[in-house]
Design a protein around this ligand. Structure first.
Ligand SMILES: [Zn+2]
Length: 129
């Protein structure tokens, strides 16, 4: 690392602050990931624990969706953020043909509607005497 000026390489998925790289530490055969935030006033390194390496893919995709707090992430919020992110990517990054993207999104919305109807049936069954 040396005394060179450090440039942040990304936003920490845990706390949202800029970090200078992800480091891996192996403990008893498992690999854990940490974001390095530089050093404190006394030169002690500051790390954020990100989780086991095999679970990190999920954390990284949450970060892409702008969700930094993994504990309180609502699954429906994640789903909506993912769909919104997809639309932005179709519009700006020409990820997919807009017509095909719209069809896929509509199919997903219909599947989600079926899930809601499933829960409504369950609620109706519960409310019967
Ligand atoms: Zn952090």
């Amino acid at each position: 690392m040396g005394g060179r000026r450090k440039v942040p390489v990304g936003k920490c998925p845990r706390c949202g602050a800029p970090h200078y790289g992800i480091t891996a530490k192996e403990v008893q055969g498992r690999t854990y990931l940490y974001a390095y935030h530089g050093t404190d006033g006394r030169g002690k390194p500051i790390y954020c624990y990100l989780g086991p390496a095999d679970g990190y893919v999920a954390a990284e995709s949450l970060h892409v969706l702008g969700l930094t707090n993994l504990e309180s992430a609502d699954p429906l919020e994640i789903a909506f953020a993912a769909a919104s992110n997809y639309v932005v990517r179709v519009k700006h990054a020409k990820l997919e043909e807009p017509a095909e993207a719209a069809r896929r999104l509509r199919r997903l919305a219909e599947d989600i509607l079926k899930l809601a109807e499933d829960l409504e049936r369950l609620a109706a069954a519960y409310s019967k005497p």
